[in-house]
Design a protein around this ligand. Structure first.
Ligand code: NAD
Length: 293
C-alpha cells in the first residue's frame, strides 16, 4: 500500500529531508509558513497543501520539522491544524527538537484523537539531512516505531528506539550537551592557537589526526578557522535546546557546569544580534574577550 507523507516545516533540515523521502519513492505533500521552499519542492514533484489541516487530511503519515515547542503545538492544535484534519490512525512523527514534557503532552493529546505519535529528533546537521545519514532518536510505542521504520530509513542511518514518549527528546538533550561543549572546546583550541601565533590550518590538521578528533572539528573547523559562520545550525536554536537541557538538568539533579558556560556564550552571541549565525560562531565570543595582561 502506498504511504502518502505530509511534511510540515521546510527549513535547513526539513527541505532536504522531504526531498529524500520523495527520492525514496514516497508520494509527498508539503506545507511551510513561507512560500519559496514550498514552490521549490513543488517544482520537484511534491504536492502542496494550503494548511496543516488540509495536508493531514491527505496523508497517512505527517512529519513535522519546526523550530520550537510552541510551533509544533500550534501546527498540531490550531483550528487549521493537524489534529483537526487527520483521519484516525494517521501516524504523526515530530522530528523537531522540543521539550520532552511538551512531546509527551502532544502525544497524549494525539492519542485522544486516535492518532499514534512519535518524537523523533535528529542529529547530523544539514549535511546529514542532505546525505540521508542522520542519527534519529525515537520515543513512543513500539508498534508506531515499527510502522515508521521504512521512512525513517530514507532519512537516517542510525535509528534508535529510546523508549516511551518523550525519550527521543531526552536523548537529543544529551546530544546537545555534548555538541555545545565540543564546540566550546574546538573554539578554545583555535583561539589559543591564533593568539599564540600558530597557523589554524595546522591546528586543525594535527587535532584531526589525534585524540581530539571529532565531527565538529571535521565539519565546522575549516569554516571556523576562516571566520565563516553561515548556518548550519543557528545559534539561537542551540540556545533553545540548552534551555531544554538546563530545565531537564534542574528536574533530574544533573550538574552541567560546562554546558552552562557554553550557554552563556550563546546568550552573548544572541545579545550581539548574531543568533542566526551558525552555532560555531561561539568562537567570535572568545575573540571578543580581552584577557587582562
Ligand atoms: P529552520 O529555521 O531552518 O526551519 C524551520 C522551518 O519551519 C522554516 O522553513 C519555517 O518557515 C518553518 N515554520 C516555522 N513555523 C511554522 C509554522 N507555524 N508552520 C509551518 N512552517 C513553519 O530550522 P532547522 O535548522 O531546519 O531546524 C528545525 C528543527 O530541527 C529545530 O527544532 C532544530 O533545533 C532541529 N535541528 C536542526 C539541526 C540543524 O543542523 N539545522 C540539526 C538537528 C536538529
Amino acid at each position: 500500500m502506498t504511504t502518502n507523507i505530509g511534511f510540515i516545516g521546510l527549513g535547513i533540515m526539513g527541505k532536504p529531508m522531504a526531498r529524500n523521502l520523495r527520492k525514496a519513492g514516497f508520494p509527498l505533500i508539503v506545507y511551510n509558513r513561507s512560500r519559496p521552499a514550498m514552490d521549490e519542492l513543488a517544482a520537484e514533484g511534491a504536492a502542496l497543501a494550503q494548511s496543516p489541516r488540509k495536508l493531514a487530511a491527505r496523508s497517512d503519515v505527517v512529519i513535522t520539522m519546526l523550530p520550537d515547542s510552541p510551533d509544533v503545538a500550534a501546527v498540531l492544535r490550531g483550528a487549521d491544524g493537524v489534529f483537526a484534519g487527520a483521519r484516525p490512525d494517521t501516524l504523526l512523527i515530530d522530528m523537531s527538537t522540543i521539550a520532552p514534557g511538551v512531546a509527551r503532552e502532544l502525544a497524549a493529546e494525539a492519542a485522544s484523537h486516535g492518532l499514534p505519535m512519535l518524537d523523533a529528533p535528529v542529529s547530523g546537521g544539514d549535511k546529514g539531512a542532505i546525505a540521508g545519514t542522520l542519527s534519529i532518536m525515537v520515543g513512543g510505542e513500539s508498534a508506531a516505531f515499527e510502522r515508521a521504520q521504512p521512512l525513517l530509513s530514507a532519512l537516517g542511518k542510525t535509528i534508535t528506539h529510546c523508549g516511551a514518549s518523550g525519550s527521543g527528546q531526552l536523548v537529543k538533550a544529551c546530544n546537545q550537551v555534548a555538541v555545545a561543549v565540543i564546540i566550546g572546546a574546538v573554539a578554545e583550541a583555535l583561539e589559543l592557537g591564533q593568539r599564540a601565533g600558530v597557523d589554524p590550518e595546522i591546528v586543525l590538521r594535527v587535532l584531526g589526526g589525534g585524540l581530539a578528533q571529532n565531527r565538529v572539528l571535521e565539519l565546522r573547523g575549516p569554516n571556523m578557522a576562516r571566520g565563516v559562520f553561515e548556518p548550519g545550525f543557528k545559534a539561537r536554536l542551540h540556545q533553545k535546546d540548552l534551555n531544554i537541557v538546563l530545565d531537564t538538568a534542574a528536574s533530574s539533579g544533573a550538574a552541567l557546569p560546562f554546558t552552562r558556560l557554553a550557554s552563556q556564550g550563546f546568550a552573548a552571541l544572541i545579545a550581539n544580534g548574531q543568533g542566526d549565525l551558525d552555532h560555531s560562531a561561539l568562537l567570535t565570543v572568545l575573540h571578543a574577550i580581552e584577557q587582562p595582561s
